[in-house]
Design a protein around this ligand. Structure first.
Ligand SMILES: Nc1ncnc2c1ncn2[C@@H]1O[C@H](COP(=O)(O)OP(=O)(O)OP(=O)(O)O)[C@@H](O)[C@H]1O
Ligand SMILES: [Mg+2]
Length: 260
């Protein structure tokens, strides 16, 4: 993993709090979360259902505004931007991939991937990146396929290519392997790891699966809207030992949570 080398961090989050009002109840989905992600890092965000993982990703992607705290992507404060500037910044600097792949059914794989840069008038300069991404993600033979003529794993890779086409500072993915069988999921993880190592890409994935987390460099565990743990994965030789550590971490914290 590279340190900052003077360049801004892909993602810096300071004291983020996000509340949702549900009738008369206020839910604190995130409570004073601060973290930094370095360039080239492959990071997993884990935690029980409702712990705030998707909320964190949405805030980092500039899709929702926090109630307190700040999000800096590539050194830029998202809160300081007008809506128009934020839209353009997001298109250029933030790659997202949420649970539904959101591929457009009437467009081919190639057209789906190029859509964000077309909208931005930058399709010509993205051509080379497109070719290399399609080769890297093993999609070369699938460029004219529409989404319904792609396997789940291929659709997922097309969605990743689309998230990467603008050369973003960071890619944020919510459960990218959720709908894939385990072999296909592992294959996607290996590709993502290679993209981080070879091209210094920065990728954050939300996952429930320790088998996915073992491919990453670092795991951030959320519990009840807070960062419960933040550890490097290199000390775990396999998914079982990482899973055991993860479950111990969550279990050790739950008596405190129950009493608060
Ligand atoms: N739009 C919303 N309105 C009200 N409450 C919300 C909203 N979005 C999220 N929440 C609440 O905020 C908390 C965190 O939700 P979030 O979706 O971030 O959880 P998660 O960790 O992604 O869970 P999962 O693993 O089930 O996807 C939950 O209690 C959820 O019910
Ligand atoms: Mg979620």
């Amino acid at each position: 993993m590279n340190a900052t080398d003077g360049a801004p961090l892909p993602l810096r989050i300071e004291h983020l709090t996000k509340r949702f009002r549900q009738g008369s109840v206020i839910i604190e989905a995130l409570r004073d979360v601060s973290l930094e992600i370095a360039r080239g890092e492959f990071v997993a965000v884990m935690g029980a259902s409702g712990s705030g993982k998707s909320t964190l990703l949405h805030l980092a992607a500039g899709l929702t505004a926090p109630d307190e705290g700040r999000v800096f992507v590539d050194g830029e404060d998202l809160a300081g931007m007008s809506d128009r500037r934020l839209t353009i910044f997001r298109r250029r600097r933030i790659g997202v991939m949420f649970q539904a792949f959101n591929l457009i059914p009437s467009l081919t794989a190639e057209q789906n991937v190029l859509l964000p840069v077309r909208t931005d008038g930058r399709a010509a300069s993205a051509r080379e990146r497109f070719e290399s991404l399609f080769a890297r993600l093993r999609l070369k033979e699938r460029r004219t396929h529409r989404p319904d003529a792609l396997s789940g794993g291929e659709q997922q890779r097309v969605a990743f290519a689309r998230a990467l086409i603008a050369d973003p500072a960071i890619v944020l993915a919510d459960e990218p392997t959720g709908s894939l069988d385990s072999v296909t999921g592992q294959e996607l993880c290996r590709l993502l790891q290679e993209l981080c190592r070879e091209q210094n890409r920065t990728i954050v994935v939300v996952t429930h699966e320790p088998a996915v987390a073992t491919w990453t460099d670092r795991v951030i565990v959320l519990a009840d809207g807070r960062v419960l743990a933040d550890f490097r994965t290199e000390k775990f030789s396999d998914a079982q030992s990482l899973a055991a550590h993860y479950h111990d971490t969550v279990r050790a914290a739950s008596p405190l949570e129950a009493s608060s």
